[in-house]
Design a protein around this ligand. Structure first.
Ligand code: 1YM
Length: 691
């Protein structure tokens, strides 16, 4: 989740379909493949050093002027993006087959060290620049990968190939240490990439590898320079799953962190990822179905490269789908051609098998992908030499040729699996046919509701205190836990723009309930009517009546449970509402301190401690801990939680659907243990969702 007033992130580029596959990673100015040790070149190099240096520093200055263009944002995510960039280079070295261990350390003072055991960045002089390989990679924008001799290739991730020089440009200082050919070579940059000297051999060694340490520039990352262990932990774990066999170590060496360290290495790769996602669900069978293949594609230069694709999938006995796709280790939330190819193949193969084996009668309609994906957990991972990322958040894979590649690989191998495993095939088919029947029943229930006027805009629920404005962009719907808080909210609100819908008790457990029952639930019905856009798959975001749907619950376990139930509901049935950033979580204060007749509100423990210091309060000075919204009167609720001028709401994002899905399932699945864990740790919830 992110705070309400967030700065603009990546701007959108035209999403045309790219017909020509271009050479990857424009290394036009300086290609490392052109590095050589030619004597004449070396002489020339010295003369060119100064000239190059000026150009290079201008390039780095451009990054410092508009960091957003290179790393999206200079808030928390941008700060962490620096780590991903350096880790990407190490992972690329591993994918090329030269490295199997990457270590990431958060050091005291919020610096980061990334270390790998690859070949080491080249230390020789690059003919064209007169700079060493290390200096070139760390100062020339877009310098970097090429197709390695080992047959592997650079598969840059993150914001797609911006690279090491951007990290350097945005660092107060950065040091590179290369172990190569028996020597230890070092170089240091300061103030956004200014070299303090040239690459120098400082000692001898017997190993190979690269060690990079940097300190993000606090004048760029003004909002925060504090690294979040959990964010780095989660991402590195994901990278380890997506690249089988690589050992990745994360260590928190900051004071007070207790030298926390974890190691990830998954021999089974995405197969293990699927098992992990399903770990608290009940799989229909133990096996994880796995498909893999690679296809040649021609690059614009006429050279041939390969697209590599792998898919792992498993069914569980639940109703929701968890299909996650990646390209070059980057999550593609918005889907794209790899997901399309996967869907096409699944639908084609399942229908053919169902008809051939009489799970579907001749007169029955085809099974839809919606039926097929019930209870499906799948990871789709593609490695592409020249990925085209499109869509609003640049997380949609656009390369058209990938659709056919995925469809071919999954089609052939899934078909073979079903043929060879008739018993498992039967289990899958029965599950899908059941889903199809449930879908028909749900459609009927929905039609009934529609006939009764249930989904019509004209019949607003009686419990709703609507606002007077009819402009959705100005309107806010507060979904409030409990009737008494609902009462305060109704009298405290801005009637022009704020509508209140009190919720009684807990809404249905959406994870476990079947569609039919969900539509019959009164509280859910009220919400659907109030919001006004209908439900997935027909949910129409252009018809919704509020552009802010605010969940306002107590700061206790029940409140957090209700919040999760609501989020689960939106996630499953009004996903666009979350995708478009229309869902918020209100942040009521946790504490009130009365001091000299004035109330002070604190929203977390840290603020309370700060306030105690500021006001110089003696230990034992009384303060009120709000247990629920109901303890606030209408004025207090308005001032602290609803007044747009003062309130601090969190916007729910789909940023890490995997984490969200895991929380939903942990909380509501059949397995009781994770639910207990969750409730014990529920205070962390908001943080956990924000990946
Ligand atoms: C801690 C970060 O950057 N490792 C790394 C980077 C490179 C190589 C090895 C490498 C690549 C190649 C040849 C090649 C890079 N080299 C370049 C460039 N770890 C980290 N390890 N030899 C070594 O791609 O052919 C860019 S990254 F451009 F110099 F080759």
């Amino acid at each position: 989740m992110e705070e309400e007033k967030k700065e603009a992130t990546v701007s959108e580029a035209p999403a045309e379909e790219q017909k020509v596959v271009e050479e990857p990673f424009v290394a036009k100015d300086v290609s490392i493949s052109e590095m050589n040790e030619n004597e004449a070149e070396l002489e020339k190099a010295d003369a060119e050093y100064t000239a190059t240096n000026i150009q290079v520093l201008e390039g780095l200055e451009a990054v410092r002027k508009r960091p957003g263009m290179y790393i999206g944002t200079t808030s928390g995510p941008g700060l962490h993006h620096l780590v991903w960039e350096i880790v990407d280079n190490a992972i690329d070295e591993a994918l090329a087959g030269y490295c199997d261990r990457v270590e990431v350390t958060i050091n005291e003072g919020e610096t980061i060290t990334v270390k790998d055991n690859g070949r080491g960045i080249p230390v020789d002089i690059v003919g064209k620049t007169g700079l060493s390989g290390v200096e070139t990679v760390y100062t020339v924008l877009h310098a970097g990968g090429k197709f390695g001799e080992g047959g592997g290739y650079k598969v840059s991730g993150g914001l797609h190939g911006v690279g090491a020089s951007v990290v350097n440009a945005l660092s107060e200082w950065l040091e590179v240490e290369v172990h190569k050919n028996g020597g230890i070579h070092k170089m240091r940059f300061e103030n956004g990439g200014h070299p303090t000297g040239r690459l120098t051999q400082v000692g001898k060694c017997e190993d190979n590898g690269t060690i990079v340490t940097f300190k993000p520039d606090p004048t760029i990352f003004v909002e925060t320079t504090t690294y979040d262990y959990d964010i780095i932990h989660d991402r590195l774990k994901q990278v380890a799953y997506l690249n089988r066999g690589i050992t990745i170590v994360i260590t928190d060496a900051r004071k007070g962190a207790g030298n926390k360290s974890e190691t990830f290495c998954y021999k089974g790769g995405i197969k293990e990822y699927v098992q992990y996602i399903n770990h608290n669900k009940v799989p229909l069978f133990e096996e994880v179905i796995y498909c893999e293949g690679s296809e040649p594609i021609e690059l614009a230069s006429g050279n041939t490269s390969h697209v590599y694709a792998e898919v792992a999938l498993q069914y569980n006995d639940g109703y929701s789908a968890a299909v996650y796709s990646f390209c070059n280790n980057v999550s593609t939330h918005e889907g794209g051609t790899h997901e399309e190819g996967f869907r096409l193949a699944m639908t084609r193969v399942v229908n053919a098998y169902a008809r051939d084996n009489k799970f579907l009668k001749e007169n029955e309609d085809n099974l839809t992908y919606d039926d097929i994906k019930e209870g499906l957990t799948a990871i789709i991972s593609v490695k592409h030499p020249n990925p085209q990322f499109e869509g609003q958040t640049k997380t949609k894979l656009g390369n058209f040729e990938v659709r056919k590649i995925l469809s071919g690989i999954v089609g052939d191998q899934l078909n073979r699996f079903l043929m060879e495993n008739p018993k498992l095939a039967k289990t899958i088919m029965e599950k899908i046919v059941m889903a199809a029947n449930a879908r028909l029943a749900a459609r009927q229930a929905r039609d009934n509701m529609r006939r009764k006027g249930g989904l019509e805009l004209t019949t607003l629920p009686g419990k709703l205190a609507d606002c007077s404005s009819k402009d959705p962009s100005k309107c806010e719907l507060y979904i409030v836990e409990g009737n008494s808080a609902g009462g305060s909210a109704k009298s405290g609100r801005d009637r022009e723009t704020q509508a209140i819908l009190p919720l009684r008790g807990k809404i249905l457990n959406v994870e476990k309930a079947q569609a039919k029952r969900i539509f019959a639930n009164a509280e859910i019905g009220n919400m659907i009517q109030a919001i006004g856009g209908g439900l997935d798959p027909e949910f129409d975001v252009s018809k919704i009546r509020y552009h802010k749907v605010v969940i306002m619950t107590d700061a206790d376990v029940d409140g957090s449970h209700i919040r999760i139930l609501l989020l689960t509901f939106f996630y499953r049935f009004m996903r666009a509402l979350i995708e478009q950033g229309y869902v918020y979580i209100a942040q009521p204060p946790l504490y009130k301190v009365d001091y000299h007749g004035k109330p002070y509100y604190c929203y977390n423990d840290e603020q309370l401690e700060t306030l105690k210091k500021q006001l110089n309060l003696k230990p034992g000075y009384p303060f009120q801990r709000y247990k629920g919204l109901g303890e606030m009167d209408d004025t207090q609720l308005w001032e602290t939680t609803m007044d747009p001028k003062n309130r601090k709401m969190l916007r729910v994002t789909l940023d890490d659907a995997i984490a969200a899905e895991q929380i939903f399932t942990d909380l509501m699945g059949d397995n009781v243990e994770p639910r207990k864990d969750f409730i014990a740790a529920n205070a962390k919830f908001v943080k956990n969702l924000d990946i």
